[in-house]
Every structure is written in structure tokens, then in C-alpha cells.
Design a binder for this molecule. Sequence first.
Ligand code: NBP
Length: 483
Amino acid sequence: MSEKADIALIGLAVMGQNLILNMNDHGFTVCAYNRTTEKVDAFLANEAKGTKVVGAKSLEDMVSKLKKPRRVMMLVKAGQAVDDFIEKLVPLLEKGDIIIDGGNSEYHDTERRTKALHEKGLLFIGTGVSGGEDGARYGPSLMPGGDKGAWPHVKDIFQGIAAKANGEPCCDWVGDGGAGHFVKMVHNGIEYGDMQLICEAYDLMRLALKMDHQEMSDVLAEWNKGELDSFLIEITRDILKFKDKDGSYLVEKILDSAGQKGTGKWTAIAALEYGMPVTLIGEAVFARCLSSLKAERVEASKLLSGPIKKPILKDKALFLEDIRQALYASKIVSYAQGFMLLREAAKVHNWDLNYGAIALMWRGGCIIRSVFLGNIKAAFDKNPSLPNLLLDDFFKSAVERCQNSWRDVVSAAVQLGIPTPTFSTALAFYDGYRSPRLPANLIQAQRDYFGAHTYELVNQPGKFIHTNWTGHGGNVSASTYQA
Ligand code: NBP
């Protein structure tokens, strides 16, 4: 081989193979490597046959085939495998070379790796890659962060292969350290939320309105023409009407026990860590946890009864429109909460996040792609320091327009005994967020009563007071700090 390769890609599973073929289509020469090297030969002989892709038998061989500065991207299982490859690559690379991790790595790991490699003169990028198999092959959403010095060296490749929304690449530099993987993590959390919201709408159509599958699919097809237009609504439309070989609907044969690989949970953990009320994603993760207690639920269903009095539902068409509006309003709350988490993490880590650019990165290529993200981009373009999406005129009026339907749906679900955790928590958040006064004054009094934790008075903020509530407690207070 006379001409050197533009980039190496380690990891020939579904994401790696498809990303290589995508890079090849865009004119880049890729050197492919995999821990199990037989997979390199198989890839070259099959999927990559007739392309410019070259293979490597070892990491040394791979590095020798690269242009300088060398660019090495990994798409391997997140965790130890990434650290193991980095350890093996470091002695083979030179100062200024670039290592990219495109897996679903935990952002703290990316922070650590960026710092450690920077000290060795190597530039590290931790990038979110979203869109699954198809995205990787024909245009993913890419969310790179890490050592900014690396960005000019990978920008052409990344923006070349990324999905495009209105001609603009769904990829831009996110920020320092773990910023790219943090944004990808929040993206995945939002994906959990969107999926659960659609599942609740399906449950209401199925149980409250007793609709059949073709009917439900037709409703989603209609919803997909308006403000809910999105990839997840589109695939659910197709899933609902998909028939198995025996002519029955496949979705009803699938065990109602949801799996998860961790990124939703990480988002919920980050929300707790940064003290942000990202309640909808939290509920979506817990809904999956509850679903996985299948055997316990089946037993409980024999013992615990639901409501006896059934509400009188509205006309079917009106209630369907209520469900659509409840879904839309809840979705707005979920994204507002996701951006609240991004904003807080950015403050803590000193990341200079561009929220409009993040919305654009999610606008195409990825699983949460939707028309709605265009509205979010417009909101942040209009006001980059918008404190909360709910305060943007477009979203404020959308939620106000939907709120009667939203309340009717949550009330009906409660009365019918149909669980709608994400519809409900989104509404509770909305009502909490718009409340100038919450009952937390009573929490403060309770804390002070039993633990001398002190409280502040409305008219004397900043001054911490302890009251001897019982007359027999002491006057010594606990120290005041926020965990
Ligand atoms: P997998 O997550 O299944 O990983 C397979 C690759 O990891 C193979 O190359 C395998 O090598 C390598 N690997 C494993 Br497994 N353990 C290893 C170890 N201990 N040391 C070295 N290599 C090891 O593949 P994927 O689904 O293509 O995903 C790749 C990355 O992209 C993951 O981080 C994933 O979370 C992320 N991601 C996946 C998707 C998706 O839709 N699948 C979407 C977005 C992001 P081997 O062939 O020798 O076993």
C-alpha cells in the first residue's frame, strides 16, 4: 500500500463496520482493526469488498499505515476495553497524534482519559455517536468533546460523514473533557423519556379506548405529520402494525420486561449529582425497572385491585387529541429538564456549551431526531442564555395550549388505574416550576424540629435560625451545608 490511510478504526462490530463504510463513501481511506483479527479478514472479504478500506493484522501494523498526525478511532465496548486499547496505543503513537473513543463511555472516564493523554502529548476525543446501525452507515449524529486541539484534524471527516439537517452537519465541537459524552448521555436519557411517553400513549389507546393495532398505527401516522413528527413516532407506527408469520401482531407477543444498558440510569444519577429535577427521565428509567419485575407484578395483579368506579371518557376522537397534546406537552418538559441538566453540568465543569448547536446535532441522524428539535434550536438561537425552554414564547404557548388536555389525560389515567408515570411527572414538574411558593417551608420546619438543621425566614434570607420547637430541645443547631 503506497498511500497512507486517513484514519484507523478499531472495533468491527455493527457500529465500527458501518462507520468505516460511511467514511469510505465520503472519500476517506480507513484502516480497519479488531481485537479478534479474523474479523478484519472477514470484513475485507465481504462488507468492505471493492472499497478503499485496508486492514491491519496488529496495532503496530495499523499505526504504520496512517498519515500524520495519526487518527485512531475506537468503537469497542465501553469501559476497560477502551483503557486497554489506549494503554497499547500510547507507546506506538507520537506527540500530536489523536485517539478517538466513539463508544458509549461514561463521561467521567472521558474526563480522566483526556487529561491523562494530554499530559503525554496526545490528543483525546470522546465522541457520542448516535443513530444505531443505519445512522453509522448513512449519517450519524456526532457529539465530539475532549482536547480541542484535535478538532481541526477530525472536523472534515466528522462533519463529512454526519447526518445533515437542512444542509447543516449534525456534528459540532461540544466542549472540553467529557462534554461530548455527557451530551450523548443526556441524549440517551431523553431517548428513554421519549420512548416511555409513546408507550404510555399506546397503553391509553389500547386500554382506555380499546383500539386495535391498525387503528393505533394510523393515529401515529397522523401524529407524525404534525408537531410530533419524529423518528420514534415513525418506527412505532410501523411496529404497531407489524404482523408475525402467523398473522398476529408481533408487539403483543413480546415480553413486557424492558432492558437497559445504563445511559438512562447514568443521566438520572447525574441529575441527582447536580441537583437538577430531571424527573421525566428518572421515571422512564424506573418504569423500565418496574417492567422487569414481571413475575412479581403477575403475582401482585392477583392480589391488588384497581379502581372500581370508572370515569366517563370523552368522545374517542377528542380523547385521542388529548393524548396527543399530553404527549407533546410532556415531551417539552422532558427536553426542558434535559437542557437544565446540561446547563448545570456546564457550569460545574466550565464547559462552554452551545445549546442551539446541541439541538442541531440531535436534529438529524440520531434516535431522538424530530422536527421539534428545530424549534429548540430556534429558541436557543433567539436567546442563547435562555434559562429554561418553558420560558421561550413558542414552548410557553404550546404548553399553555396543551395543558387542559394534559390534565384531562392524567386525571383519566389515574381514575382508570392506567400507569402514566412520565405524563404525570411532567405535569407535576410543570406545576412545581410555575409555583412561586412550594410546601418546602414545612420541610425546613420538620428538619429543624427533629435535627436542628435550621431554616431561613422569608424576610431574612441568608440568616440561618434554629427554634427550640418542643421546649425541651437544646439551642445548638447542626451546621448548614447543601449536599
Ligand atoms: P459492541 O458494543 O458489541 O462491541 C464490540 C466490539 O468491542 C468488538 O470489536 C469487540 O472485539 C470489542 N471488545 C469487546 Br466486546 N470486549 C473487548 C475487550 N475486552 N477488549 C478489546 N475489545 C473488546 O459493538 P457495537 O454495538 O458496534 O458498539 C460499539 C460502541 O458503540 C459501544 O461502546 C456501544 O455502546 C456504542 N454504541 C452502540 C450503538 C448501537 O446501536 N449498537 C449506538 C451508539 C453507540 P471482538 O470482536 O474481539 O470481540
